[in-house]
Design a protein. Structure first.
Length: 321
């Protein structure tokens, strides 16, 4: 039996497996078995238009897919490049320890990972704190150096001790301690002071009693200096005393007054001497009341360990009628 192909409307046997014209299945096709009424064949132009429309739709979707894929890939690559650039910029900024470089990173990479931005901000703060501390330390060091220069100028134990109290963390602390130790060996003890005072008192008492032997027992046979004269002999000492006892002088009275300052000094052959600095007053009894009767002198004397004066100088401070 001949039937019309439901696809192309060509006549074809209902026993044929497929349509010889369009290839559609004939045998076993339920639509054909159910009814031998041929389906209305679509106009050839309408079918072609539909096929073309479907084709362009597929092509459009394909191109849109390609564009979306390319855009997604490009965005992914852009994000990867941005991430790579940010990581490089972060490492460079951290390693630079440069404030401008760190500020530039924060300004340019506003979307950088929070841990990166926090790390850069923390480093900036530490750098600023360090700079402020450095400036403060420079000011403290300047004050420290000025105070230490003053202590060096005074060069006394008291000056160094005061400096150490004012600057307990100074870089000059060890040097100040060493200088105190060095100076301390020149500090006279109470025994040193009493010993020096006793020798000087015997010297002036010998003059007061006009006793040559007693006077010479208090000085070295050859003194280093006596009244600014070097290598003075016993004769020079006796001459000095005799000049004090002028024809009108009936009595002399030298008296040591405080303060009586003593310190240790190094003499020849590294012998430690005692250097006494003090004042004496002189009362003169004389027959001529118009002449000087009272005067004050500054005295400097160096005394050997065996109790002899090796250096002696006397300078008038004032005179009263």
């Amino acid at each position: 039996m001949l039937i019309h192909c439901p696809e192309c409307n060509h006549e074809v046997s209902d026993k044929a497996a497929t349509c010889p014209n369009c290839g559609i299945q004939i045998a076993g096709n339920p639509d054909i078995n159910a009814s031998h009424t041929p389906k209305r064949r679509k106009p050839q132009g309408e079918a072609s238009t539909a096929k073309k429309s479907n084709r362009w739709t597929i092509i459009l979707f394909f191109f849109l897919f390609l564009i979306a894929t390319a855009a997604g890939g490009s965005y992914y690559m852009y994000c990867q490049m941005q991430q790579h650039d940010e990581e490089e910029a972060y490492e460079q900024a951290i390693e630079s320890h440069n404030e401008e470089e760190l500020q530039r990173f924060l300004a340019h990479y506003g979307t950088a990972p929070r841990e990166h931005r926090d790390s850069v901000k923390a480093l900036l703060q530490r750098m600023r704190d360090n700079e402020r501390n450095r400036e403060e330390q420079e000011q403290l060091d300047a004050i420290d150096s000025t105070d230490y220069a003053l202590a060096r100028q005074l060069n006394t134990v008291e000056a160094y001790e005061k400096y150490m109290r004012m600057h307990p963390k100074s870089k000059h602390l060890e040097d100040a301690k060493d200088r105190i130790i060095e100076l301390s060996k020149y500090n006279a003890t109470t025994e040193d002071i009493d010993f020096a005072r006793s020798v000087c008192r015997r010297f002036f008492q010998a003059i007061n009693s006009h006793n040559e032997d007693h006077l010479l027992s208090t000085v070295q046979p050859v003194m280093t200096q006596f009244l600014n004269r070097n290598s003075a002999t016993n004769a020079d000492i006796v001459t000095f005393m005799e000049k004090l006892y002028k024809p009108d002088v009936t009595n002399l009275n030298f008296r040591i007054i405080d303060p009586f300052n003593v310190k240790r000094v190094e003499g020849d052959d590294d012998i430690m001497l005692l250097k006494a600095v003090f004042t004496v007053t002189l009362n003169i009894d004389r027959t001529d009341n118009t002449k000087e009767r009272f005067s004050t002198y500054g005295v400097t004397a160096e005394i050997t360990p065996d109790g002899l004066i090796s250096k002696f100088n006397l300078k008038k401070i004032q005179a009263e009628e």
